[in-house]
Design a protein around this ligand. Structure first.
Ligand SMILES: [Zn+2]
Length: 179
């Protein structure tokens, strides 16, 4: 399947989630048996650790479908880059989606200049992406763009991987695929 087909699969999965309001991914015993010898996820999702986001539910995906990396503020650091390279270069996944979300606590903390302990690492990264943007929704879009730019610069073998961005609305459940 080409990258347009893979993006469509995510979009259709999100539409099904919106229609059903249920988790409809395949988590059956048969599926688990089928996957015992390996995985071939169709997309990598880099998203926030926020408890209101479950990528498999949002995209109506089952076991083995998505390679999900979660970190506060969906930032890009060495561990995220390495995880993406593993999925792209070892598992052969061809699509990466960086997905931010509305009402992101990390983005809001970056806007408000709040920080303590190691959180500064995450917030400094977000601040670099959002500049002086104070609208948290616009800032979430800018933060996703920043992560994508950083990945395009740092990833090894990026030409094999299509990178797209989106923002998940935590209230409606809809993913904006416009980035
Ligand atoms: Zn967040």
């Amino acid at each position: 399947m080409n990258s347009e087909g893979l993006i469509s699969r995510l979009m259709i999965g999100n539409s099904m989630f919106l229609e059903t309001n249920k988790f409809i991914g395949d988590i059956s015993l048969d599926k688990r048996k089928e996957l015992k010898n390996g995985q071939n996820p169709y997309a990598i999702i880099l998203t926030c650790s926020d408890s209101r986001i479950t990528s498999e539910a949002i995209f109506s995906a089952g076991l083995g479908d998505l390679f999900v990396i979660r970190v506060a503020g969906n930032i890009v650091g060495p561990s995220e880059i390495a995880s993406i390279e593993y999925a792209a270069n070892v598992l052969g996944t061809k699509l990466l989606m960086v997905m931010g979300h509305t009402h992101c606590g990390a983005v809001n903390s970056a806007i408000n200049g709040e920080s303590c302990g190691h959180l500064a690492y995450v917030l400094d990264e977000i601040k670099e992406g959002i500049d002086d943007e104070t609208d948290d929704k616009k800032a979430s879009f800018k933060n996703v763009e920043h992560s994508i730019n950083k990945l395009r610069e740092k990833l090894y073998l990026t030409d094999r991987l299509e990178i797209v961005g989106g923002v998940y609305d935590i209230e409606t459940g809809k993913v904006d695929f416009s980035i």
